[in-house]
Design a binder for this molecule. Structure first.
Ligand code: MSP
Length: 518
């Protein structure tokens, strides 16, 4: 019997359907896709989930504005997010919509469990509510807007609401949450955000209103049709719905999830409410929540309401899918905010991809194609310089990248890969195979062999970030599928020499300066 693989479950937030996908949404999913692909190549049984968050007053109002039913509206807009998966080459294993039957059942199941355990009770609620954020705010959190209206810290307008509501006993989970954080020091990253979460919990938790009676576009509360569930309890439940909660007791072996990737704006929901709901229902919290930063345009968060969004389709047209994926993860330390500047994208893509990895592969392989009868030379004795480069390639690169990605430090992981790209480019310049051609063809062959090994392993390891370019590079070595996973980043899987190569084609086009955006 084949050995059973370790499981890895990674999720994106489910996206609100009142918006078309923009770079902000795409960024979160790119990061998850890279992790999913990385873990698959590293031998894991991966489940990668994304989807859409389709209930709530905001969606109902958007549908009314569009003059169609909420269901028609969500069908249309959800499709935009599904299309984005194809457009950006995402490898999600599932796409969940909160309007699906499986999800409604899972939510109602969770609700009943919470109710049976005495974690939910019926009462009255009055407070300042922001429809845009689907959240209540405290009086002291609000400021006055120009027209005298009250404004939440997020910039959304709030209104006074009074309703009968079910409450979740969040207040009774304060100590247990703090204990959980204490015993899971890696639960939330980056650390500074975890500290914010802890101090929020330490400052005291109030019971949380978890149902609404003012609209009906939501999951009906079991046994009380006047109420629909608060969108956040509905939305968060998607992560267990997709694992089979309520249907499969084992949740396919995928729970607890390894990682919920979220933007910093929704960390509190994932790092406070969600583990509390889960613990209250007797389910383990996820292993990690990572809160990444925002893409800003001239210092402002990208959002439809401000009208400053960058559409993924524009980026693809300008830079291509892979270069876009590379740029967003390489440019800004993951966790920080970053300003999107097209000129930086052009420079980064030209330097790292066209001049860096692309040029390394192109000049090595076309030299072999022209001067070695299209066959990778077999190595003779290795020098210190050869073994030093190969040690980086075989022994250092993958463990470093693994370590960095396990902490979601994408920029550091890419740094580690590009350190090998740069070392290989330095190596080729020092060893100068074009000069050896005239003086020592045996040594020339060894140098070219060492370079091919570096390029082969680099091509394998860039696949999660740039799936198509990685494939195109590996095609230059005519490597069979089973030699394209991380196990092959090793001496054991090394080329022997004598393998034929096709005429090499450039993989990373250089961008022209005029392609810099206004
Ligand atoms: N529906 C909720 C999430 C529920 S998860 C159980 C939601 N949706 S959202 O569509 O408004 O945002 C989803 C995510 O998109 C944010 O958490 C964030 O990850 C990402 N981004 C939206 N705008 C962004 C930027 N400008 N920059 C980076 N990411 C941002 O919140």
């Amino acid at each position: 019997m084949p050995e059973s693989k370790d499981k890895y479950y990674v999720t994106t937030p489910i996206y609100y359907v009142n918006d078309k996908p923009h770079l902000g949404h795409t960024y979160t999913t790119i990061a998850c896709d890279v992790l999913a692909r990385f873990k698959r190549l590293d031998g894991y049984d991966v489940k990668f989930l994304t989807g859409t968050d389709e209930h709530g007053l905001k969606v109902k109002q958007s549908a009314e504005k569009a003059g169609i039913s909420p269901q028609e509206f969500t069908d249309q807009v959800s499709q935009n997010f599904r299309d984005l998966c194809g457009l950006m080459n995402f490898s999600n294993d599932d796409f969940i919509r909160t309007t699906e039957e499986r999800h409604i059942k899972a939510c109602q199941h969770l609700w009943k469990v919470l109710e049976e355990r005495g974690e939910i009770y019926l009462d009255k609620y009055a407070g300042w509510y922001a429809v845009r954020d689907e959240a209540y705010y405290q009086e002291d959190e609000l400021r006055e807007g120009p027209d005298g209206k009250k404004i939440a810290p997020s910039g959304a307008e709030v209104e006074w609401m009074e309703e009968e509501s079910y409450f979740f006993r969040l207040s009774s989970w304060q100590d247990k949450l703090l204990e959980f954080y204490e015993s899971h020091p890696d639960f939330c990253l980056p650390e500074t955000r975890f500290n914010e979460v802890k101090s929020f919990v330490r400052s005291g938790l109030k019971d949380l209103s978890v149902s609404r009676t003012t609209f009906d576009w939501g999951v009906p509360v079991p046994g009380n049709d006047k109420h629909v569930m608060y969108v956040w309890i509905d939305a968060l439940t998607n992560y267990i719905t997709a694992a089979g909660y309520g249907v499969d007791h084992e949740m396919g072996g995928y729970w607890p999830a390894d990682l919920h990737m979220v933007g910093k704006d929704i960390l509190r929901f994932h790092a406070v409410y969600w583990p509390a709901f889960l613990m209250a229902a007797g389910i383990q919290p996820p292993k990690r929540v990572f809160a990444h930063g925002w893409w800003l345009i001239e210092g402002e968060k990208m959002s439809k309401s401000i009208g400053n969004v960058i559409a993924p389709a524009d980026l693809i047209e300008r830079y291509g899918v892979d270069a876009t994926r590379y740029f967003v993860l390489r440019e800004v330390p993951f966790g920080n905010d970053g300003d999107f500047v097209h000129a930086n994208a052009v420079n980064r893509i030209n330097n790292d991809l066209a001049n860096g990895l692309g040029n390394l592969a192109q000049r090595t392989l076309s030299f072999i194609y022209k001067n070695c009868e299209g066959k990778i030379p077999a190595p003779a004795e290795l020098t210190e310089n050869d073994t030093a480069l190969l040690a980086k390639v075989y022994d250092e690169m993958l463990p470093t990248v693994r370590r960095e990605l396990d902490q979601q430090r994408f920029h550091k992981a890419l740094d580690a890969i590009w350190e090998v790209v740069n070392a290989s480019n330095v190596y080729i310049d020092i060893e100068a195979p074009w000069a050896l051609k005239k003086t020592d063809t045996v040594r020339m062959g060894t140098v070219l062999y060492v370079l091919c090994e570096a390029i082969r392993c680099l091509s394998i390891i860039v696949q999660p970030v740039m799936p198509e370019s990685g494939k195109a590079l590996l095609d230059l070595f005519i490597l069979p599928e089973e030699k394209r996973c991380f196990q092959s980043i090793s001496r054991d899987a090394a080329l022997k020499g004598g393998e034929g190569i096709p005429q090499p084609q450039g993989v990373f086009p250089r961008l022209q300066l005029e392609e810099k955006a206004a």
